[in-house]
Design a protein around this ligand. Sequence first.
Ligand code: ADP
Ligand code: GLC
Length: 478
Amino acid sequence: MKKVLFVASESVPFIKTGGLADVAGSLPKYFDKKEFDVRVMIPKYACISDEWKQKMKYKTHFYIDLAWRKQYVGILEAEYEGIKFYFVDNEFYFAGDKPYGYTHEDIEKFAFFCKASLSALPSLEFRPDIIHCHDWQTGLIPVYLHDMFMENNFYHGIKTIMTIHNLKFQGIWDVKTVKDITGLNASFFAADKLEAYGDANYLKGGIVYADMVTTVSDSYAEEIKMPFYGEKLDGLMRARSNCLTGIVNGLDYDEWNPETDKLIYANYNIKNFRKEKVKNKRGLQKELGLEQDERKFMLGLVSRLTDQKGLDLVDYVIEEVCAPDTQFVVLGTGEEKYEHLFRHFEWKYHDRVSANIYYSDERSHKIYAACDAFLMPSLFEPCGLSQLMSLRYGTIPIVRETGGLKDTVEPYNEYENTGTGFSFANYNAHEMLGTINYAKDVYYNRKREWNKIIDRAMAMDFSWNNSANKYADLYRGL
Ligand code: ADP
Ligand code: GLC
């Protein structure tokens, strides 16, 4: 039996700000329990809801040295859908109303998290064969394993995998401070190790010291070897390319299933969506105070409101996107300029634009079920889960051909009757608009064809099964 520990900064169902949480919380369920014992370790944030906190049981506590101080580490435990979750408790570091805040605080917070996670293992009597690290917040784990944990026999031979969900975020701060906080040996702060462009870089450390590096789609694995997508680490990605693979994300098909989803107005499947799916549109139109017309083309957007998601393209042509023959439903939080943009257009066109500027799991399900199309014109997209959710709900994705979007959405070809969505290549607002209008034309004027696109979209299989097998192969090979 191989033991694997996922370490991540967020995981469903406990805490989520984006797709990382979906992956960390659902992938572990899809391994053969006879072969793998996969557990998950995340911080116990103060902002985790009480409902979940009540389910956590105290396991142990101890103290570690960090930044010249002794710090309390509590470990709690909970089981969810057959998977064991550990929670690292420290009320100083994990206070606040959201998981992430100011960079200088996060830098210390996640150094603490990495060191505490490793230190907890002996007292949990769980010695993983593999620690599977996710994103920069866990980048110090492979580094620590090569430093102060080396001398302890318990840690000998533990292998590490570093999965990059987003190369944009690297955890960067000045060398002196990071040296003080982490207590790492000075020799680690060199250009072939933790240091990049004069600063300390957590993700770089993880990539350099992990035994394997993965990212969440094939295209993104290629893209990040080039300067445009490489976020200044493209040289490192090229240097590590022998150990770098892309494994596309899957979806939790139990959680995201229009046939059984309890959060939507009407359940439907690939056979009856022609009659049943529209009930979700009617329900949402009523709930959001939009004009109640079930023929209206409804376009959805559920997203962190950041530049990554291509929102400056939407901004540029927003008048045309919010055309009279369209209803536009947005759910998201993030940069103020985008929050204002969508609020403004809701105010301007209240019967056809709805701006939901908050986080709501329930509302997101309703939008995936209700809309005709889903807009995701990302500048870059390591994988993207929203388009997978859309496909599963027969809501046709309109995407830019980048990263995981390119790998999961097949563009509609009207001559060959193929494709599961609409896409455009260049990062250009009018190219996006042309694609939206093309989709709208098929929706209004070739309804039969539109429904066939839905047929193909809903028939796609983006459950975790395939990708979990690829991770299993990786684990076996280490
Ligand atoms: P990223 O991880 O870059 O944010 P993904 O497409 O991989 O992008 O994952 C985003 C996830 O977060 C999806 O599950 C999406 O439904 C969800 N999400 C984003 N914003 C919100 C929101 N405001 N309310 C509810 N869910 C949201
Ligand atoms: C990141 C990426 C997103 C990906 C998610 C889960 O947040 O932005 O594309 O789907 O991680 O891997």
